[in-house]
Design a protein around this ligand. Sequence first.
Ligand code: ATP
Ligand code: MG
Length: 499
Amino acid sequence: MDATREIEVLIRAKYPILFISSWEERRVEDAIRKVCEKLNRQVHTWSVTQGMQPAVRRASGPVKASSLPGELEALAQIHESAEFTVFLLKDFHPYMKDTRVIRLLRDLAARLRGKAQTLILVAPQLVLPVELEKDVTVLDFPLPEQDDISRQLDSVIAAMKDVPNVDVSLPDDLRESIVRSAQGLTADEIESALARSLVEEKKLTVDKIIEEKKQIVSKTGMLEFYPSSSSMKDVGGHDLLKDWLVKRSKSFTDAARDYGIPFPKGILIIGVQGCGKSLVAKAVASAYNLPMLKMDVGRIFGSLVGQSEQNMRRAIKIAESLAPCVLWIDELEKGFAGMGSGVSDSGTTARVFSTFLTWMQEKTKPVFLIATGNNVQQLPPELMRKGRFDEIFFVDLPDTKEREEIFRIHLSKRKRDPKKFKVAELAKATAGFSGAEIEQLVVGALNHAFFADREVTFKDIKEEAETQVPLSRMMSEDITALREWATLRARPSAKLGED
Ligand SMILES: Nc1ncnc2c1ncn2[C@@H]1O[C@H](COP(=O)(O)OP(=O)(O)OP(=O)(O)O)[C@@H](O)[C@H]1O
Ligand SMILES: [Mg+2]
C-alpha cells in the first residue's frame, strides 16, 4: 500500500495520532492535504515559527491571547477544536520529552478518536516516549518512486521549456537513466540536482544527479564512495578467491543475463587479521569496473536512535539506485555485534539486521555485496544461511609461496627489484607473519636503511623479521578456533601448501 493510501485508511479508521518520520515535510504535507480534500476534513498545520495555521475556532469562544508555551497552546487548541479536522504538527518531537506534553497527548488520544480528528506528527527523526507507544501509529513515508520522479521531471521540463538557451529535450533513454539514478534522493534533492544541471550545463544530464548523489552519500555519513585504489595484482596469494571473483567479472553484463546467469549476490570474507580481506574487497571494484560504495554499519546505528531502520533502508535504496555497483561492508561484526547479547537497545539492532537480511535474500538489483570480518563469534548465524551470500571465504595466514608473492608485491610497490632480495629465503624466515606484517617489515627496513644513508638490502629485511613477533603467535588460540569454525562453513581462499 502506498503511503498516501495508508494515511487515508488510518484517518478514516479514526486512528488518533500518527507519527510520520520523513525529511520530506513538503511531500508529506501535500499527501495529507490530498487525502483531507478527498475525505472532506479541514487541515491545520502547526510549527514553532508559524503557530497554528489557520487558527482554530474554539467551541468555547474566540481565541484569547495565551500565556502558555507554543507547544502546549497548540495541544490546548486541538483539545477544544471541532470535529473532522486533521492537525499536522511539524517538528514537534523536541517537545515530546516534556511530561506535560506526553500527558496531554495521551489525554488527547482518547478524545480525538471520539471526534474523528487526527493528529499527525511529522519529523525527520522518530522520537517516541514509551508512554505513547500504544497511542501513536508510526508510518514510513518512502522516498519518491520512479513514477514520482518521472512526474517531477515533467514539471521541471514544463517550467523551463520557454527559457532561452536551455535544452530540455529528453530522449527516452536519458529519462530512464535520470529516473534510475535519482532514486534514493528526496524530492528536494532531485529538484536541486535537476536545477543545477539546467543552470550549469543548460541541459538535463545524469552526471549532475550522480554528483548530487555523491554529495548526499557523503552527507548521510552511512555510505561513502570508495575510489578503486587497488587491483587484483596488489593481492598476493588467495588464488582460489581471486579466481572465483575474476570468473564472475562478466556476470554483470546483459549478455550474462541473456545467457541465463543471475547477478552474483556477493561474498563474505572471514579471516585472520591483516591477511588482505579489506584489500581484496577494494580490488573487486576495479576488477569489475564498477563504482564502489562502502557502508559504515556503525554510522547506521549512529546517535539517531529510532532512525536506524530508516537509515538502513535509505542506504540500501541509494546503493540500489547506483546499481550495478559493489557495496562493501567492512568489519561487519562491529555493526551487528551485541545482537541477542541482552544489551538492550530496544531491539533496534535486531530490526535493522533483519531489514538487511531480507534485502540480501530478496535483492533483485545488481548490487554485489562484499562483506568482511574477523570475529565470527559476534556474527549472527542467520547471516551464514544459504542464499544470503554466494560464497563464504576463509582467509588464512599466507603460506611460504604466498609470502614470497607478498614480499614481491611490496618491494615492487616501493620501487625495488624483488630479484635482488632473495624473497624465497625471506618467505621461509617469516612463517606466521600476515600480509600486513610483511608490508611492515619492508617499510621498517626501508626506514632503517634510509636513516643510515644507504640502499636497503636483503639483510635489513631479514633482521627486521628477526626482531618482530607476529601477532599470530600471540593469538594462536583465536586463530585455531577461527580455522575450526571455517572448515565447516567456509571455502578456503587458497590451497595452502607447506609452511
Ligand atoms: N595477501 C596480501 N597481499 C598483499 N598485501 C597484503 C596482503 N595481505 C595484507 N596485505 C597488506 O596489508 C595491508 C592490510 O591488510 P588488510 O587491511 O587487507 O587486512 P584485513 O584482512 O582486512 O585485516 P583486518 O582484519 O585487520 O581488517 C594491506 O593494505 C596490504 O598492503
Ligand atoms: Mg580489514
